[in-house]
Design a protein around this ligand. Structure first.
Ligand code: ATP
Length: 664
């Protein structure tokens, strides 16, 4: 409370109605958030600030929210951040007149490049006072850094960083102390952390979304001279959550909300072709009996689980009013895959009935054997180039297996039951052999029918089955949720823990014997979304061929860093340190025999699996399966999921909680 009061007394004299939001004001809020771990207090700081922005400079609401969630644009815009440490160190050195050697030594000692920047700035004599930074200016500056391409791009990125850094903290009367209050409200610190892709405030995207809803509701009430009720706040929150799950783009939502008010947002912001939704995901199961227990008394349906790449296909026919139309394919993490699948896009219109004018389909693209007319293994699909594919050069043909329909002829259909959506799918589309098909399904409810269908799916080169709720409200499509209404059974569910894990590579150990010139083993981690940290879960040295180890060395040796990032949670004991550390970049799929508690690893240590709160979960006999190019590090298996798998295995409790959107 005292901190809040202090903040109130510390206004920004330059920030008047209609003037740009000072970046310093946002950083002040960040620094208050950084000093607490309490979610409610974090939310309070966040929504207070957003309310102030609405009151004074609503035009800056969008860049403010984007800077809070460490993004410059929606995911599908493909704007990559995460600038490597070496470029950042170069920029800090050049801005502050310190040598790269000194910066590197500082980084080794301090470990947080944000604080290294603060330290460097504070030892630097200031000749002149540059103009203070604004939120919109910083957003533009960062955007310019992220989007430069072509000749000399690296150099221009460094220049861009230098420009921002040299204007940072010009408003501060006293120099910031890196030891006090985690470096305080320093702008340099947050600019650097933004560039690294981690603000490390404990400010989850979800919290920003809820705070935004609260700020808007409170502001709208204030304008009418009212105080918002709890129901108003809850309604606002629920509206914004639903809208964001169907249309995850603040670039669209925020202007609409400012123009039409939060109450009318649903009318103006609906699922729309061109903006990818976060896909619905499934929960793993270990046995058919587990599936039957879950769906007891309710109808479900089984589908083949194809082993390819998830594809959300968006289409709007060109017509007189809409000049260009829409025709795009998006990946599981909303990346635009249109350049990878020009052959698929070219065929879209041949799959539809004449009166199908627009749609969004949820599908799996699978490599297809034209001669044998059957599905090929996933590895074949991965040999396709990711970018600038020319249709005439394509060797691996794909067949698209559609399993859901989210939008049809101008209308979102996500709330309809799966039975109805399937019905619409089959009336609006026509299968074409080897190009477009409906996922094979079976509606039998008996154990032996499911077992037979599972065997058939494996014979057809699939990974197993997806079992889905078929009727009623619960069978609606739940964007961004890992839902209990979709279960997966993988063919190898009888051994192991029922599902593979997708883990981030944090470090490596040099090989022994024949393997001394490459890494022989690796340190992997899962992702804790609530603390925004990577928690170590195992060392892995099995499942790699010599060739793969060489390829991995070539890839990973490019992204080594001097010491672990401050957001890596690992056991500090000396003998367990890897020989090299990496930037968090690559996600690998890994199988394990089972899970066990270990003082050496940190996975899920805050999830209550170890009553003493010290041990983490670790994988026993982990085995490398493949690189998951379609997942970013923060889409790795979450600590909560690892804990859930562990609990299931231990049968400590039977997981029967509600759906959680841990992939949000
Ligand atoms: P996985 O490693 O199993 O793909 P994931 O985290 O990517 O894990 P899950 O929700 O666990 O996703 O599994 C569902 C995935 O299976 C979907 O993302 C999709 O790519 C694929 N899939 C294949 N066939 C189907 C189907 N019939 N229905 C839904 N998803 C399917």
């Amino acid at each position: 409370q005292t901190m809040l009061q202090k903040h109130e007394k510390d206004p920004y004299p330059d920030w008047k109605a209609g003037t740009p939001v000072p970046y310093a004001a946002l950083c002040k809020t960040f620094s208050l958030i950084e000093l607490t771990t309490k979610r409610l207090i974090i939310m309070e700081h966040c929504s207070r600030f957003l309310r102030q922005v609405m009151r004074l400079t609503p035009d800056d609401l969008l860049p403010t929210v984007l800077l809070m969630i460490n993004k410059l644009a929606p995911d599908y815009a493909g704007i990559e951040l995460g600038i490597g440490e070496s470029l950042i160190m170069k920029a800090i050195g050049e801005t502050t007149g310190r040598s790269l050697q000194v910066i590197k030594a500082d980084q080794k000692e301090i470990g947080d490049l944000g604080l290294v920047a603060v330290k460097s700035r504070s030892t630097q004599p200031t000749m002149f006072k540059p103009k203070p930074l604004t939120v919109r200016g910083v957003h533009q500056g960062l955007m310019a850094i992220a989007t430069v391409t072509g000749n000399g791009a690296q150099g221009r990125k460094v220049d861009g960083i230098k420009k921002l850094l040299s204007s940072s903290d010009s408003h501060l009367k006293e120099k910031v102390d890196i030891n006090k209050d985690k470096g305080g409200p320093s702008e340099a610190k947050y600019i650097i952390r933004f560039l690294e892709g981690k603000l490390r405030l404990g400010l989850a995207d979800r919290t920003v979304l809820v705070s935004l809803a609260q700020a808007v509701v409170a502001h709208e009430a204030e304008v009418k001279g009212k105080i918002p009720s709890t129901t108003d706040l809850e309604n606002g929150e629920s509206i914004l959550k639903t809208v964001y799950s169907e249309l995850p783009s603040y670039d669209v939502i925020i202007p609409a909300m400012l123009q039409h008010g939060i109450q009318n947002l649903r009318e103006h912001c609906k699922l729309r072709p061109g903006v990818p939704l976060k896909p619905m995901l499934a929960k793993p199961t270990k046995a058919i009996t587990e599936v039957l227990d879950r769906f007891e008394g309710q109808t479900f349906t089984c589908e083949y689980k194809y082993d390819g790449e998830r594809a959300q296909i968006h289409y709007v026919a060109k017509d007189a009013s809409q000049s260009s139309g829409v025709s795009s394919i998006f990946s599981r993490n909303s990346e635009d895959l249109s350049k990878k699948y020009p052959d698929v896009l070219a065929k879209l219109t041949t799959w539809v009935k004449e009166d199908t004018k627009s749609f969004v389909l949820d599908c799996e693209t699978v490599a297809w054997d034209m001669l044998e007319k059957k599905v090929l293994p996933f590895q074949q699909l991965m040999t396709r180039k990711r970018k600038d594919v020319k249709t005439e050069d394509i060797k691996v043909k794909v067949c698209v297996f559609a399993f859901d329909l989210l939008y049809l002829n101008g209308e979102a259909v996500v709330e309809k039951s799966l039975r109805e959506r399937r019905e619409l799918l089959s009336t609006a589309f026509v299968p074409i052999e080897g190009e477009f098909a409906f996922a094979t399904h079976m509606n039998g409810q008996e154990l032996d029918e499911i077992q037979t269908f599972l065997d058939e799916s494996v014979k057809a080169s699939c990974e197993g089955l997806m079992v889905k709720m078929l009727d009623g409200k619960e069978s609606g499509y739940e964007p961004s949720k890992r839902s209990r209404n979709w279960l997966k059974i993988k063919k190898d569910y009888l051994s192991g823990v029922g599902d593979s894990l997708d883990l981030v590579v944090l470090g490596a150990y040099y090989g022994k014997g024949k393997r001394t010139s490459v890494y022989g083993a690796f340190l992997l981690a899962c992702y804790n979304a609530s603390t925004d940290t990577y928690e170590t879960v195992c060392n892995i040295g099995t499942g790699f061929s010599e060739q793969v180890l060489e390829d991995l060395y070539a890839q990973l040796s490019q992204i080594t860093i001097a010491r672990p990032k401050p957001f890596y949670s690992h056991s500090a004991g000396g003998q367990h340190q890897p020989d090299v550390w990496f930037e968090p970049k690559y996600v690998w799929e890994v199988k394990t025999a089972d899970l066990t508690l270990s003082p050496r690893y940190k996975a899920g240590w805050k999830e209550g699996v170890d009553p003493a709160g010290e041990k983490g979960i670790s994988l026993r006999f982990p085995r490398f399966i493949k690189i998951r190019d379609d997942k970013k590090p923060d889409e790795a298996t979450s600590s909560r999921q690892v804990a859930e798998m562990y609990r299931k295995q231990e049968s400590v409790t039977k997981s029967k909680g509600p759906s959680v959107d841990d992939d949000f």
